[in-house]
Design a protein around this ligand. Structure first.
Ligand code: GLU
Length: 329
């Protein structure tokens, strides 16, 4: 097997990646990246608030990206309600929101370049096959590499196209982590050869996310802790493209009284419910900030007032404290 090379990208794409990396070096830039699969719930809003505070405290930029590639899961009106809710809370973003669906051509060019450079291989394993060999419940966390050494045939077979998997190297993948568990994952045993293009032709989340962090010039990703385990794969994609990763802060998820994380799927309450109960924006910011121990319960204040009360060190201290609490747990 010929080792994978740094891909040769079309000139305009290479220039955009380089511009993103330069921009990253020029100051703090983060993003909030909701999927338009439903209204934001309290947990999503709390993560949005933390990343907005970070950006504003550091005099940086807070960008908004709509992760709308998974067409069947998108809900009509969800994007509009997300934008409305963020505005209503006073979380203002910089520049126009970016939609991943506008980057489809870009992702396709990058995938072709990675494929030509030997980073990808076609995989014919169905979800059902992977579920069958896994023990004892559900799909395997790490792809076992069945198709890795097979001759690379990219065309349809039995009417189905293959998925395209990243050929991950040996070793530990590392990143700078400011809040969640230490930023390292063993590649082969915990990340594996992730699919970057699905058999149905959809661009996979890891590819789109990794590419956009680079193109948007993101210096710091601040997002929910549920995505910590996705980071190794995204850092590996960036490495294949020859780019270093940004810094990450994976902030704790809001859990209900039973310790379960809130989720859109399970109907966690969004702003509409809170508004129906008579909460205004000051009440909701107070609720979100109090759940983080930033203000006493029952506080009412605007996002701008909360910002004025915190110092950048304050938020860093809070992120570190969260990390220590979780390391002890
Ligand atoms: N779009 C993803 C979500 O809503 C988040 C992606 C990210 O922050 O990396 O769960």
């Amino acid at each position: 097997m010929v080792p994978a090379q740094t891909p040769r990208l079309p000139r305009h794409l290479q220039a955009r990646l380089e511009a993103g990396l330069r921009q990253r070096g020029q100051g703090y830039r983060t993003r909030f990246a909701p999927s338009p699969t439903g209204p934001l719930h309290r947990g999503n809003l709390r993560t949005a608030l933390v990343s907005w505070l970070e950006a504003r405290l550091r005099g940086g930029e807070w960008l908004l990206r709509i992760d709308d590639l998974d067409g069947p899961r998108n809900r009509p009106g969800a994007e509009a309600s997300i934008l409305h809710d963020l505005r209503w809370l006073g979380l203002d973003w910089d520049g126009p929101p970016l939609r991943q669906s506008d980057h489809r051509g870009l992702y396709a060019s990058l995938l072709s370049a990675l494929r030509r450079a030997g980073w990808l291989y076609p995989c014919r394993c169905s979800r059902r096959l992977l579920a069958d060999v896994s023990a004892p419940h559900g799909a395997l966390a790490v792809y076992p590499g069945f198709c890795r050494e097979r001759p690379p045939r990219w065309g349809p077979e039995a009417g189905r196209l293959p998925s395209w998997r990243l050929r991950l190297g040996e070793g530990v993948i590392r990143w700078r982590e400011r809040c969640g568990s230490t930023g390292c994952q063993d590649g082969p045993s915990t990340v594996g050869d992730v699919a970057l293009r699905r058999a149905d032709g959809l661009v996979a989340y890891h590819l789109a996310t990794a590419v956009d962090e680079l193109l948007m010039g993101i210096s710091d990703v601040v997002r929910g802790d549920d995505l910590w385990s996705s980071t190794g794969a995204q850092v590996a994609v960036m490495a294949a493209l020859g780019a270093p990763p940004p810094s990450y802060a994976h902030v704790p998820l809001w859990r209900d009284a039973q310790g379960e994380r809130l989720s859109k799927r399970h109907g966690a309450e969004g702003l509409a419910g809170l508004r129906d109960r008579g909460e205004d924006a000051a009440g909701v910011i107070g609720l979100l900030a109090a759940s983080l121990g930033m203000v006493p319960a029952g506080s009412r204040l605007s996002a701008g007032e909360l910002l004025a009360d915190l110092s950048s060190q304050g938020l860093d201290r809070w992120l570190q404290q969260e990390r220590r609490i979780r390391e002890k747990a």
